[in-house]
Design a protein around this ligand. Sequence first.
Ligand SMILES: C[S@@+](CC[C@H](N)C(=O)[O-])C[C@H]1O[C@@H](n2cnc3c(N)ncnc32)[C@H](O)[C@@H]1O
Length: 222
Amino acid sequence: MTEPTPADRPTSGPARKPHEFAATRDWPGYFDAVAGSGPRDTLLRALELFDQPIDPDAPPLAIDLGCGEGRDTQHLIDLGWRVLAIDGHADAIRRIREVRRLAEHPRLTLLELPFESVEQLPACDLLAASFSLPFCPPEHFARLWSELQAALKPGAIFAGQLFGDRDEWATLPDRAHHTREAALELLSAFEIDTFNEEERDGEDASGTPKHWHVFHIVARKR
Ligand SMILES: C[S@@+](CC[C@H](N)C(=O)[O-])C[C@H]1O[C@@H](n2cnc3c(N)ncnc32)[C@H](O)[C@@H]1O
């Protein structure tokens, strides 16, 4: 990583938090705000569950759906996985290529593709969708979820987040939010390892309240 962390970067006012950029889909702003961050906890838990050694001659395949600037992709690559990293924003793909210098990496395939157009994902051993699925337009969510489920081999692991119906952004028309029951229903084809429901009031840097309602999920496909 050569990009400076938010703490290194000069600012002219209070630093804005990543979610403030996500609220308005300002993805380059979001990528700047999270630059230098490590892999998500849900991915780390999924990797604990994947208890097979990585065979360098036949590395397992992970899909990073909504990969952003590549925090999870980078970690998987560093561990020896093959990775298909998908994101709808050109700047996400550019940052993985140029900032993380992974453009020519033999185990990485980068795909600039909106969730709305995802189809026929390859069979994978792990699928990470860290804080990305809620940004799928709701009318496309069911099809995206079924594509994702179809890609996961039996025994493969899903790691990611869904946003709950009491989250502040649930009223935005372009977000896919789920009740606890609906989220659990989506996981009916999985053995659930982690289903942490987080609900709390937070504030952004300017003191604006944000109510969070998030499900942190790690689950194994049956
Ligand atoms: C909150 S960021 C999460 C990025 C990364 N997974 C992480 O954990 O930091 C959401 C990501 O979803 C992507 N995204 C949002 N809407 C999308 C869509 N309709 N199709 C594809 N990607 C989308 C954004 O470009 C962004 O990279």
